[in-house]
Write a protein that binds this ligand. Sequence first.
Ligand SMILES: Nc1ncnc2c1ncn2[C@@H]1O[C@H](COP(=O)(O)OP(=O)(O)O)[C@@H](O)[C@H]1O
Ligand SMILES: [Mg+2]
Length: 185
Amino acid sequence: MIFLKDEDFIAKGNERACYYHPNDKTKTIKITFENNNRKDSKQSEKEIKYYKQLKNKGLNNWQHLPKYFGEVQTNKGNGFIIELIKDYDGKISKSFAYYLKKYDLKKYEKQVEIYKQYFLKYCIIFNYGMMPKNILLRKLSKKESELVLIDGLGDVSHFTILNGIPAFARRRINRRWDKFVKKYL
Ligand SMILES: Nc1ncnc2c1ncn2[C@@H]1O[C@H](COP(=O)(O)OP(=O)(O)O)[C@@H](O)[C@H]1O
Ligand SMILES: [Mg+2]
């Protein structure tokens, strides 16, 4: 059992909150908080299941996802440990939504394309959580950056069996990607 202190709180969304891992500041623990806006949160369950699948598949490129380090019990409920996404200067990376408010999308065209190709190459399925506030822009240097999906991993459809076939998975990824672009970019 890990004890999370209030002062180690990082940020929260509609359902989940992130805290610094008490023994490792490169990691964060994500928990589902009580009284979250959605009554029955299955989001973490889905995410954990999908992380396990990716590990079993032997995924070795985690460039655009936080690395996953397993489940934990905490004083604030069950959670899981993932990589804390940080910029080259050590600050926690800000969301893509933040940068899109400040700058034109054109500035990030290359990063967006590389990011899309990553999901297609490794057949990584994302859901409707794929939106600018759930993507962090990790600055690698003053000029270079890459996108990381922190919320929206895994499938929401009940019909996941075909995802094992790369051609089907890619079709689904392309369809969801097009919706993401149309709605948010
Ligand atoms: N791996 C991470 N690295 C840094 N910050 C993160 C990470 N995961 C989540 N966060 C922060 O915590 C917030 C809530 O996490 P998120 O997974 O988006 O929860 P929710 O499902 O409630 O939206 C995010 O908006 C982001 O600010
Ligand atoms: Mg979120």
